[in-house]
Write a protein that binds this ligand. Structure first.
Ligand SMILES: *Cc1c(COP(=O)(O)O)cnc(C)c1O
Length: 355
């Protein structure tokens, strides 16, 4: 299903490291496949992309992206079917979002034939690295950063777009306990919350560390102006089950528009669930946890897929959630999404992209 063919300069590794991959013991983001893609943007033009053995790069200490943060990324996954076919899941959505992030960070758009064509080319070369079974997949990380050797603050003139890939299994070994954050913020109106830009994650680390010191795995961010409404959690959108209905914050300029969120809501609607995308107040959810009308709270995103929370921490008090079972909405939706992505369930949506 290649969009448009483009020639890539390919240098294959002479020694695969695939023997380092143990599908039973995958630690997220720690092992990388044999090859990577590198495409440079110089003097206003994309150069011929290169596929090279994964490895280190040289850079100048004056690299613009290190100093001023023009750096964006995407996170997506490839899956292997029982028959060993390799699928990507809605890669065009990630491609479009990448260029939305690029525009906000004053970076050049990456052409589809480099982004999608590069993913396809890499996946063909490193197909053996897509682990099968359970929650296993190959995590795909396209990213771009400014490469000017220059210390003035300005929109850089030169950039590097890259793709690296890393085998992934389950993200959390235990259900996370999350803290409602009412002091620090992730994003504000007019800011960059909707972009997958590196700085957003840097800014989240200190509040996350304070929460970790109090025993929480993740934060539930609230709005910047009043801390009254839920936004999202870590690198996940957040979903609540209240009175059997699916309730989730509507996306806005301060919430990242998750592809997992969108797919799960579509599946849920088709299964007959009522779905409400709207402002969700902290008060409504805390009251619901207390009176039992809120029965599930879970994060949804590419890395975690669906991650049910074990408890919500609010003003020093932990409000526990019921044990997750096969009948939990989170699990019903997750199973369906995983089955579609791995070719076990019919893909009536046209979401699966055969490589
Ligand atoms: C990536 C990300 C998500 C989830 O997006 P997906 O497309 O579902 O992976 C949600 N929130 C933030 C802040 C993210 O960075």
């Amino acid at each position: 299903m290649a969009t448009q063919t483009l020639s890539f300069n390919i240098t294959k590794t002479d020694k695969s490291r695939i023997d380092q991959l143990d599908p039973q013991k995958i630690i997220f983001g720690s092992l990388f496949t044999d090859h990577m893609l590198v495409a440079d943007y110089i003097n206003g033009e994309w150069q011929t992309p290169e596929i090279l053995p994964y490895g280190k790069m040289e850079f100048t200490p004056a690299l613009a992206s290190i100093h001023y943060g023009q750096s964006i990324f995407e996170g997506m996954k490839a899956f292997k079917s029982e028959e060993d076919e390799v699928f990507m899941f809605r890669p065009l959505e990630n491609f479009k979002r990448f260029n939305i992030s690029a525009e906000r960070m004053s970076m050049p758009a990456v052409p589809e034939e480099i982004f999608i064509g590069g993913l396809e080319e890499l996946l063909r070369l490193d197909a053996a690295w897509v682990p099968k079974g359970g929650d296993n997949s190959l995590y795909l990380r396209p990213f771009m950063f400014a490469t000017d050797e220059y210390l003035g603050v300005r929109t850089a003139l030169n950039y590097r777009f890259m793709i690296i890939m890393s085998p992934a299994g389950s993200y959390y070994s235990q259900a996370p306990k999350v803290k409602v954050e009412k002091e620090f913020i992730r994003a504000a109106p007019g800011g960059v919350g909707f972009a997958k830009c590196a700085g957003n994650y840097a800014a989240s680390l200190y509040p996350a560390k304070l929460a970790a010191d109090q025993g929480y795995t993740q934060l539930l961010w609230t709005d910047a102006l009043e801390h009254k409404y839920f936004e999202e959690s870590g690198t996940m959108n957040v979903v609540f089950i209240k009175d059997g209905k699916i309730v989730t914050p509507a996306v806005s300029s301060t919430i990242l528009k998750g592809t997992t969120r969108e797919a799960l809501l579509q599946i849920a609607k088709d299964k007959g669930y009522e779905v409400e995308e709207r402002k969700v107040s902290v008060e409504e959810i805390i009251d619901g946890l207390r009176d039992g009308s809120v029965t599930e709270v879970f994060g949804v995103g590419t890395a975690v897929v669906v991650s049910p929370f074990s408890a919500v921490g609010y003003e020093g008090e932990d409000l526990p959630l019921p044990e997750v079972t096969a009948a939990s909405v989170s699990q019903i939706l997750k199973t369906s999404l995983n089955n579609i992505r791995t070719g076990k369930e019919e893909d009536k949506y046209g979401w699966v992209w055969r490589v």
